[in-house]
Write a protein that binds this ligand. Structure first.
Ligand SMILES: *Cc1c(COP(=O)(O)O)cnc(C)c1O
Length: 425
């Protein structure tokens, strides 16, 4: 199909996510992707600076992942996952449990980050319900983002245009992200919330609040807050949909926090960007609260494509890649390069703040930019025209490059950002 025909069909039939079609510019037609690059129909290539929304951490069309998919394609595409099981799920489960925080024991399969959160919230509500306690309130962090379905949207304060839906939200109380300075107040606040309300769960993005423009949180303070909640019988839910699978320098951000969550939400890089898949993991304690002779105590939640064999097969191969010496070294190299670059630009007059953790590097520009305004689009265009795909969030320019990015590619990214700082007004 020609580029023109693609764009015509798109205009005629497609309703894009997060888009006001009246004011949006024409979408960019991508012809294919390979390694760390996207290619358009005019032969231009663009470095994928955000791993296509943090999914393709091992580069596009990675041969190991493609092979895993091809091998599975001739065996089994899909089968009902209620009452049946299969090798790809069994294989993936063992591999994932092996790298998850030690207290995680059971895996619940679904298809996207929002559903993994939805399931986590329902697990927590029903955990208490099954123990004859009705607890209806969720506590979440200010500026959190957990997805776009109702439960996830309720827990998010950053789903931007919630107006039409707010009346249907579940009850959520927000607390500030704990810092060294506010920790005592936040702990007091937590105690009084739990005293006053029937709190079921506390949901948080560990270490990095992605949609809050890569806000970094203090691990020790967050640890104390999680501990406090758990001591008070509240279920701790770590939303690792973005942070999971190596991006913060460890397999999971929770690895860097002393307190371990009861439930973990995973998606995005789980399959390395090949198949839509998500997993909600939990501890034996959570699972046991559902294990009963009474049918109604089970978790009656399911999605048609739960445990899809193709997804499981690529996710297994993705975990093999993640845990390989090669990828582990590359993650450390990119982390070190990011740190050096952050040091290099921290006093630049156009830089208000620069922060980095693992492969994530975020720069707040010392200019005013609306979150989805024109200036933000100009910044996007500026980078795009220079072969770098980024999605700035307001005045924050950030990268989450694939782990397969080479030294030369990273240097080119840094050089482009430096050019931007010198020349963009
Ligand atoms: C992307 C994201 C989600 C939602 O995942 P979807 O697959 O887009 O539904 C939830 N939580 C976090 C932290 C995310 O980054």
């Amino acid at each position: 199909m020609s580029k023109e025909k693609i764009l015509k069909n798109d205009k005629d039939y497609v309703w894009h996510p997060l888009t006001q079609h009246k004011t949006a510019t024409e979408p960019l037609a991508i012809s294919h992707a390979s390694g760390n690059y996207l290619y358009d129909f005019d032969g231009n290539k663009y470095f994928d600076g955000i791993s296509s929304w943090y999914t393709c951490s091992y580069g596009h069309t990675n041969p190991k992942l493609t092979t895993a998919l091809k091998n599975q394609v001739d065996q089994l595409h899909h089968v009902v996952f209620a009452g049946m099981t299969h090798e790809p799920a069994a294989m993936l489960s063992e591999k994932l449990i092996d790298i998850l925080p030690e207290n995680q024991q059971k895996l619940f399969f679904s298809e996207n980050g929002s559903t993994s959160v939805e399931i986590a919230l329902k697990m927590a509500f029903q955990y208490h319900f099954n123990r004859d306690e009705k607890r209806n309130v969720v506590v979440a962090l200010d500026n959190g983002f957990h997805g776009d379905t109702f439960g996830a949207m309720s827990a998010s304060s950053l789903s931007v245009y919630n107006g039409p839906f707010e009346d249907f939200f579940i009850d959520v109380i927000r607390i500030p992200a704990p810092t060294e300075e506010n920790l005592e107040q936040v702990l007091d606040h937590v105690a009084s919330i739990v005293k006053e309300y029937d709190v079921s769960s506390f949901i948080y993005e560990p270490l990095v609040q992605g949609a809050a423009a890569m806000q970094l949180n203090n691990a020790e303070s967050l640890c104390e807050v999680i501990n406090k909640f758990q001591q008070l019988g509240v279920i701790a839910i770590a939303d690792e949909v973005m942070t999971g699978f190596g991006k913060t320098g460890t397999n999971f951000a929770s690895d860097q926090i002393g307190a371990k969550p009861d439930i973990i939400c995973l998606s995005k890089a789980l399959t390395g960007g090949i198949m839509p898949m998500a997993i909600t993991s939990c501890t034996q304690k959570i699972f046991d609260a559902f294990y009963d002779d009474k049918l109604a105590k089970g978790l009656f939640h399911g999605h048609t494509y739960s445990g899809n064999p193709l997804g499981c097969a690529v996710a297994s191969a993705a975990i093999d890649l993640l845990t390989s010496l090669d990828i582990q070294q590359r993650i450390q190299e990119i982390s070190n390069r990011n740190k050096n670059f952050a040091n290099q630009i921290e006093n630049h007059h156009k830089v208000a703040d620069v922060r980095t953790i693992g492969v994530i590097l975020a720069i707040d520009l010392a200019i005013e930019v609306e979150r989805y305004g024109n200036k933000r689009n100009e910044i996007f265009q500026w980078f795009w025209q220079r072969g770098l795909f980024l999605r700035p969030l307001g005045k924050t320019v950030y990268i989450v490059p694939p782990f397969t990015s080479t030294k030369e590619e990273m240097n080119q990214v840094y050089k482009t950002i430096l050019d931007f700082l010198s020349n963009f007004n």
